[in-house]
Design a protein around this ligand. Structure first.
Ligand code: GCO
Ligand code: MG
Length: 402
């Protein structure tokens, strides 16, 4: 079998997605997600100019060799653009392998370890009343875990608050929207939100919160400590993670579990965090961490150190990424939780898929391969629209982490 073509498809059914479709001489095709939110066209150029020409004529069965060829062969290693391009190729090759074998991909990864992937949804609100209402809606739909983001008194347009749209979609304008931030106001408010949530929903609902890289280690330690009575499942991205050893300080002070990794691209970004047991959940995802092959490697390392998975699943992971994620989720021994923000009806129609949500779980597709595709004709009806992620400034105007 040989690869005869690889098409890079850009579409915007409500938001931008980049998809790679690999075509073989047998007629079997495979798909991979290559979306990097706000930087989509950089991956498109990387794929079209530097990767697709190398794929033509290769044997699609050689997944590991192709991964090594693209990683080592570039000389310039790692980085979100390179790794998203490699991820797309890798994911598409697993899809092809599954179709050739007549098996869903999770069977090739060792088979089923659980009935379904427990998911968490996004509840957010400006006020505590709105938040309580939103969380209750998730509980009514069967969710066992909910991430809660809250408006902060005195701040406008805080991360995670959806401006009355049903799906939170941060990339909202071609030129970044500017939001304001105050660590003091935030730290003063958040513990009271979780106190009310625990009181209202009792001990067994899993509650999560995303700090979105906005604190220093000692500030994060204070927040983790103050949240301890409310037993969060995790506190996410408490600090920017370029400095892995920064997490030691958080760890020394609090038993609130820590999750990190949505912007990580390789095992090297989390090696110290995992081996020193500085985190509890690793949130790397298929599209941004080198595909199924490399993410599996990260999860296997994590399993040795009591770290569980918690893959990123915001709206910018396309249904192709989500399909691949659920195959890994049901197969690996150290699954934790899967983020599931859902997609718009338009997106679901462009990417027909077999995974489905039911009663708090995502269920994997039993079709051969990944069980997802892209309707290229429909995709062409939604042209690319530039949309960047926001930036964040402190009240005095200093640029802060978003
Ligand atoms: C999450 C994330 C997202 C990201 C977004 C960036 O936990 O879901 O933090 O909301 O900000 O995916 O593209
Ligand atoms: Mg996050």
């Amino acid at each position: 079998m040989k690869i005869t073509d690889a098409r890079v498809i850009v579409t915007c059914p409500g938001r931008n997605f980049v998809t790679l479709k690999i075509v073989t001489d047998s007629g079997i095709t495979g798909v991979g997600d290559a979306t990097v939110n706000g930087r989509e066209m950089a991956v498109v150029a990387y794929l079209r100019e530097h990767v697709v020409p190398l794929l033509i004529g290769r044997d699609p069965a050689r997944i590991e060799d192709t991964w090594q060829y693209l990683y080592k062969g570039a000389y310039w290693r790692r980085g979100p653009i390179t790794m998203a391009a490699i991820a797309a190729v890798d994911t598409a090759l697993w899809d092809i392998k599954g179709k050739v074998a007549g098996l869903p991909v999770y069977q090739l990864l060792g088979g089923r370890s659980r009935a379904g992937a427990t998911v968490y949804g996004h509840a957010c609100g400006e006020t505590i009343e709105e938040i309580l209402r939103e969380v209750a809606r998730f509980v009514d739909r069967g969710y066992r875990a909910v991430r809660v983001q809250s408006g902060i008194p005195g701040l406008h347009g805080v991360y995670g608050i959806s401006n009355n749209t049903p799906i939170y979609e941060p990339a909202d304008a071609a030129i970044p929207t500017e939001a304001a931030w105050s660590t003091e106001r935030y730290l003063a408010h958040i513990p009271s939100v979780f106190a009310k949530l625990r009181d209202e929903f009792g001990p067994s609902l899993r509650l999560l919160h995303d700090v979105h890289h906005r604190l220093t280690p000692i500030e994060a330690a204070r927040l983790g400590k103050e949240l301890e009575p409310y037993h969060l499942t995790w506190l996410e991205d408490p600090v920017p993670a370029e400095l892995q050893e920064g997490f030691r300080l958080i760890r020394q002070h609090t038993t609130t579990p820590i999750a990190v990794g949505e912007v990580f691209n390789t095992v090297w970004d989390c090696q110290q965090l995992i081996t020193e047991q500085l985190i509890d959940y690793i949130r790397a995802t298929v599209v941004h961490a080198g595909g199924i092959t490399h993410l599996k490697r990260i999860f296997d390392l994590a399993a040795l150190y009591h770290v569980r998975s918690g893959s990123h699943g915001a709206t910018d992971m396309s249904p192709v990424c989500m399909a691949a994620a659920v195959h890994l989720d049901v197969a690996i021994p150290n699954f934790g939780l899967q983020e599931w923000a859902g997609h718009s009806g338009e997106t679901d129609r462009v990417f027909p898929h077999g995974y489905r949500y039911d009663d708090g779980y995502l269920h994997v597709s039993e079709e051969p391969g990944l069980g997802v595709d892209i309707d290229e004709e429909l995709a062409a009806q939604y042209p690319y629209k530039p949309a960047a992620l926001p930036v964040n400034r402190l009240e005095d105007g200093s640029l802060h982490s978003w």
